[in-house]
Design a protein around this ligand. Structure first.
Ligand code: BEZ
Length: 223
């Protein structure tokens, strides 16, 4: 089995594979660098390309939003750290920012293959736009794949992180098109009346036994 075949089978719930890489911030041991943080690990087709330039610029400008949620950012494209550093100057100039997270140098595509970021039918060298969201236990919680020609929506990435953190901390899921402050859905696994009272002091609406809506927990208690 090739690396590629193996790694295209990465799934939600798998531990994110560890690696050592040269980056624009120096040598990085991935699991050690993750520590207890969440992480958005995203790939770019190629250095010195327009859509990627806008994405890295936007992600840099949104860094404080990710930090607020205890999320680290790290990006990869198949290219050298020297090229990434040169390109960073253009990103800073044109996107009015200063790239503030590591870009992984992956000249031979080894890490891209480890994560199944190269889809040979799209392009046999360059990565597609993948996003892996990794939680503090280093498990993959979300995988998203976009074509090279479509820039990603970083507001959606923040939204899904909010949703997953609400699930972890408050036993709720989030309905279609949920946004911060909207009602949430009580996890079907929570059925005990005392637990329901304790977890949802503001009450809930039962529309069906399996469809119970509650005000978003924690709203108004943000730091
Ligand atoms: C871009 O980042 O602009 C891009 C890269 C590959 C194909 C199309 C667009």
């Amino acid at each position: 089995m090739t690396n590629q075949t193996q790694q295209l089978s990465l799934q939600i719930g798998d531990v994110a594979p560890d690696f050592v890489a040269q980056t624009t911030d120096g040598l990085l041991y991935f699991h050690q660098w993750l520590g207890n943080s969440w992480c958005v690990f995203f790939s770019h087709p190629k250095d010195f390309t327009p859509v990627c330039t806008t994405e890295l610029g936007l992600a840099s400008r949104l860094k404080s939003q990710f930090e607020k949620r205890k999320v680290k950012l790290i990006a990869l494209s198949v290219g050298s750290v020297v090229d990434h550093s040169e390109w960073t100057k253009d990103i800073n100039e044109t996107q009015h920012t200063s790239v503030n997270f590591p870009l992984i140098g992956d000249e031979n595509g080894q890490i891209a293959n480890l994560y199944g970021m190269i889809h040979p039918k799209a392009n046999d060298t360059f990565t597609v736009r993948t996003v892996f969201i990794i939680d503090p236990s280093k498990k993959i919680r979300l995988m998203m794949t976009y074509p090279a020609s479509t820039g990603r929506n970083f507001t959606e990435i923040l939204r899904v992180i909010d949703s997953m953190q609400l699930t972890d901390n408050h036993s709720v899921a989030t309905p279609a098109d949920w946004k911060w402050g909207d009602e949430c859905v009580i996890l079907p696994s929570v059925t005990d009346q005392n637990t329901l009272k304790k977890l949802f002091p503001n009450g809930y609406r039962q529309i069906k036994p399996y469809l119970r809506m509650t005000p978003q927990p924690g709203v108004g208690q943000e730091s």
